[in-house]
Ligand binder design. Structure first.
Ligand code: IPD
Ligand code: CA
Ligand code: CA
Length: 256
């Protein structure tokens, strides 16, 4: 099944690479800053066709086409293009993310970054890998030595919540805070040790399913903002190297 996630992610990623520079049909979804293009939809079809062909009875939750068959114990969770805003501007930070759940727990995941040519993979209990080599989270223990990464929700204009306040809270504690525009890549970067902690609220299952397993299998920790264990359906995620987890929770708790 991991091989199927890899095949589908790399096939769709190849399509994204070939689609660079094509004229885009852009529609807005939940808000005027939440775009989807024909490329998102076509990439999703490539993935869904591969999975349905090999596992016709499995459930699928795909960002652009929704949920199908909820009677199976297996559920594939698909983001065909994570980082659509970046993609529409030609900013090369986006990826394909595919996670597989068995009875509500993510057991396998593949994230493919077609610009870097990087494939991140993980299977529950078997470690996390980048292009076939084992990866591990960072060792940083202090926020002041840490790069933190976050994302902003699409309804921020109408529902700013505590997004800006939390960004400032962490900015005042960390070495640096980054906003890259692709939650799946953000999580892979935590798994690979390029960053030390990632938080985001109002997140969707397809943004985090594969990436959260990658972080855990790379030796990191994943919870909600209260420190509770989460599944892919959680709206809030904190994913860290484990060592700065409590410190990040302390900062997040200020605004709960
Ligand atoms: C978005 C990106 C972004 C995150 C948003 C996501 P999309 O996904 O992952 O970094 O901040 O919450 O919705 O729409 O590009 O697939
Ligand atoms: Ca996404
Ligand atoms: Ca997407």
């Amino acid at each position: 099944m991991l091989q199927t996630a890899i095949d589908a992610a790399t096939e769709a990623g190849k399509f994204l690479r070939e689609s660079k520079g094509k004229s885009l049909k852009i529609e807005n979804k939940s808000s005027s800053i939440d775009p989807v293009t024909q490329i998102d939809k076509q990439a999703e079809k490539i993935i869904v066709d591969i999975i349905k062909n090999r596992y016709p009875d499995h459930a699928i939750l795909a960002e652009e086409s929704g949920e199908s068959n909820d009677t199976s114990d297996y559920r594939w969770i698909i983001d065909p293009l994570d980082g659509t805003v970046n993609f529409t501007h030609g900013l090369p930070i986006y990826c394909v993310s595919i996670g597989l759940e068995y009875r509500d727990a993510v057991i396998a995941g593949a994230v493919f970054d077609p610009n870097a040519g990087d494939l991140y993979t993980a299977e529950r209990g078997k470690g996390a890998y980048l292009n076939g080599s084992r990866i591990h989270v960072s060792e940083n223990e202090k926020l002041i030595d840490s790069i933190l990464i976050t994302g902003f929700p699409y309804d921020i204009h109408n529902n700013p919540g505590n997004t800006i306040e939390r960004f400032i809270d962490f900015l005042m504690e960390a070495q640096a805070v980054r906003r890259l525009g692709s939650a799946a890549i953000d999580l892979c970067y935590i798994a690979a040790g390029y960053g030390d902690g990632f938080w985001e609220a109002f997140i969707k299952p397809w943004d985090i399913a594969a990436g959260m397993l990658l972080v855990e299998e790379a030796g990191g920790k994943v919870t909600d903002f209260n420190g509770h264990q989460i599944g892919a359906d959680s709206e809030r995620i904190l994913a860290t190297n484990g060592k700065i987890h409590e410190k990040m929770l302390e900062v997040l708790r200020k605004r709960i």
